[in-house]
Design a protein around this ligand. Structure first.
Ligand code: SAH
Length: 247
């Protein structure tokens, strides 16, 4: 009897060890893929210096891209492709953006450690997690209930505690939390929503894909100066899923 119990305990211990070893191997495998992804997007940054105006992402953005486990933000069946430099489907007809575009939009916002940022289009939660590594507070709005719920759970499980999410139409922004140091919109829209301009701090920055749905949009950098005047600059053509809702 005692021998049987002993061997059961040994078996349990062995399974536990095997499980831990497997997990370590998997996370090392993903960390290597993530490093490769960061090298690819850094090469893209050098290639696109003419259109973007700078030839490298800031060190802090690179650190954030190296830290966030992107494979956990894609459906399990897509994990093997999680670190390829391309968008991937996340269900409900939506996509997680290409890593280069995530890095570029994040870099354009010039995130500061004391910043409060608003994101429209939580989707998988990946962009919110990247921002979470860089700023004080992230507020993120998703219009599709199921996506809003699953990304909220994932961000909580991964202890991205400075991200607050809500399910709503992001066109109206988040007036109770305004003003924001920066605003990032991750769905394509024909115009810049006036409520978002109002909720941007003086001296603040917004990045938004502007253009018609299902076609190319222009990634647009919007600046509000110290006097509240708005200037815009088109960065590069991009293709985002459409901004939906009642506007
Ligand atoms: N930032 C996301 C990308 C998601 S794709 C990520 O890192 O995964 C764009 C998201 O915007 C989709 O999930 C879509 O449902 C959402 N969206 C579209 N219109 C919206 C609106 N009016 N308000 C809030 N979210 C919206």
């Amino acid at each position: 009897m005692r021998t049987k119990k002993c061997s059961q305990v040994l078996l349990l211990l062995f399974s536990l060890l095997a499980f831990c070893a497997q997990n370590t191997l998997a996370s090392e495998h993903y960390a290597a893929q993530r490093q490769q992804m960061v090298e690819e997007i850094s090469a893209d940054a050098r290639r696109l210096v003419r259109s973007v105006g700078k030839d490298a992402f800031s060190d802090s953005v690179i650190r954030a891209m190296s830290a966030v486990p992107r494979h956990l933000f894609v459906p399990p069946t897509r994990r093997h492709s999680a670190y390829e430099n391309r968008p991937l489907p996340i269900g409900y007809g939506q996509t997680i953006s290409q890593p280069y575009i995530v890095a570029l939009m994040t870099d354009l916002l010039q995130p500061g450690a004391d910043h409060k940022v608003l994101e429209i289009g939580t989707g998988s939660g990946y962009q919110a997690a990247v921002l979470s590594e860089l700023v004080k507070e992230v507020y993120s709005i998703e219009i599709i209930d199921a996506l809003g719920q699953s990304s909220k759970r994932l961000l909580q499980d991964l202890a991205y505690d400075n991200v607050t999410t809500r399910v709503a139409d992001g066109y109206d922004g988040w007036p109770e939390q305004a003003p924001f140091d920066s605003i990032i919109v991750t769905a394509g829209i024909s115009h810049i929503p006036p409520p978002l301009i109002r909720q941007l701090k003086k001296g603040g920055t917004m990045v938004i894909p502007v253009g018609s749905s299902f076609q190319t949009q222009q990634l647009t950098l919007v600046k509000k100066d110290r006097n509240g005047a708005i200037t815009t600059r088109q960065i590069i053509p991009v293709i985002f899923v459409p901004f939906t809702g009642g506007h």
